[in-house]
Design a protein around this ligand. Structure first.
Ligand code: F6R
Length: 365
């Protein structure tokens, strides 16, 4: 049931304040301002020397954001790879390590093959799934649910915000177990997480502006998305979402890599979407952005009030997200990239919920 929405994808984008609340209520003790993991964990975060994450597509970007979180807030080194590469790389693994597989469907063939490889290498196998009665869930030692309800639109939206919410909670749990976060620091991070559903509602309020920007974007042939740090995977996700449903060629790049090649593409016809809410890296990203502006690139900047205040000339459009803690900012920055892709596809009249050549669950390699 699409409710009042034209597409399942729109319904699923708009459901996110609720679905994120649902995920949070599983992982967070709101009263105590603590993360509480209900699943029995067959491993001890304190004893791990490494976490290995594999996933495909959008689920991979969830893991790519989580890498920054586990490394920063739990000082736990993370290896991450797309499952189709991981499975054939035959990486050496230390016995007793932890491998985490992220999959909305729980049926993705490459992710499952990577899981089986890790199980055979004596790893603890954890999975983060939406479909709890799936093959990946069945073959895992511990299953962390994301609880966002069935996702019908082929392009994944609410699953990613739910994956990020669960991964943020796990990173806090790991930080506490490893003695990196004290109770006060944990409470700060948990309060930031608790604020997300409301902030996502406010971010969704930018829709009218985004509809206008998307009309212009729908005329583009190529679009570049830039981000740094945790915003890099969000830039990649923005590009993936746009190409999936609008068929416009898009690429996500680490902002610092721009001058190592892709800046050659920039001209007046090239929209460049810069994902840069205020954080300790924002000045660097904004200076990369000025290099694009100097070459005539049309900049669409996704930032917050504090970020917007530091920007000079050269930005064609600004999309504001609510001012939130750096920790949860990637979840907020996700909302405008979803809406941009959605409204661009609507403007072009493509089949948003069933894009050509794509299947919801990729059970062959
Ligand atoms: C993108 C998308 C795909 C999936 C990928 C993994 O919108 O839907 O990239 O994210 O096929 O699927 P799961 O999470 O089911 O393993």
């Amino acid at each position: 049931d699409r409710g009042n929405h034209r597409h399942f994808m729109a319904k699923e984008i708009y459901e996110q304040p609720e679905t994120i609340s649902h995920t949070l209520s599983h992982y967070v003790d709101m009263g105590a301002e603590k993360v509480s993991i209900r699943e029995t964990m067959p491993f001890d975060f304190a004893k791990l020397t490494r976490l290995t994450i594999s996933a495909c597509g959008t689920a991979y970007f969830a893991g790519a954001v989580a890498k920054y979180w586990f490394e920063r807030y739990a000082r736990l080194p993370v290896d991450i790879d797309v499952a189709s590469e991981f499975r054939y790389r035959e990486p050496p693994m230390e016995m007793g390590g932890l491998s985490l597989f992220i999959s909305q469907s729980g049926e993705t063939a490459d992710t499952l093959a990577a899981l089986r490889y890790c199980a055979a290498q004596g790893q603890h196998v954890a999975s983060l799934v939406n479909t709890q009665e799936s093959t990946i869930a069945r073959e895992s030692d511990v299953v962390f649910p994301i609880l966002c309800g069935p996702e019908i639109g082929v392009a994944s939206t609410k699953a990613l915000s739910a994956q990020l919410t669960a991964l943020a909670s796990l990173a806090i749990a790991a930080g506490r177990a490893r003695g990196v976060l004290n109770a006060e620091q944990e409470a700060d991070l948990v309060r930031a997480l608790i604020s997300v559903p409301n902030a996502v509602s406010r971010a969704l309020g930018q829709e009218d502006r985004i509809v206008e920007i998307a009309k212009k974007l729908s005329k583009a042939k190529d679009v570049l998305y830039l981000g740094r740090g945790v915003m890099f995977p969000i830039a990649m996700e923005g590009a993936l979402k746009l190409k999936e449903i609008s068929y416009i060629h898009a690429e996500g790049y680490a902002a610092g890599e721009l001058k190592h090649g892709p800046i050659a593409l920039v001209d007046e016809a090239m929209p460049v979407i810069v994902v840069a809410p205020s954080d300790e890296l924002v000045d660097k990203t904004l200076s990369n952005m000025q290099e694009v502006a100097a070459r005539g690139g049309k900049i669409i900047l996704i930032t917050d009030e504090a970020g917007a205040a530091t920007v000079g000339q050269g930005v064609a459009e600004t999309i504001l997200i609510p001012q939130v803690s750096n920790f949860v900012a990637p979840i907020l920055a996700l909302i405008p990239v979803q809406l941009l892709a959605y409204h661009t596809a609507v403007a072009m009249g493509t089949d948003v919920d069933q894009p050509r050549n794509l299947a919801k669950s990729v059970t062959v390699e």
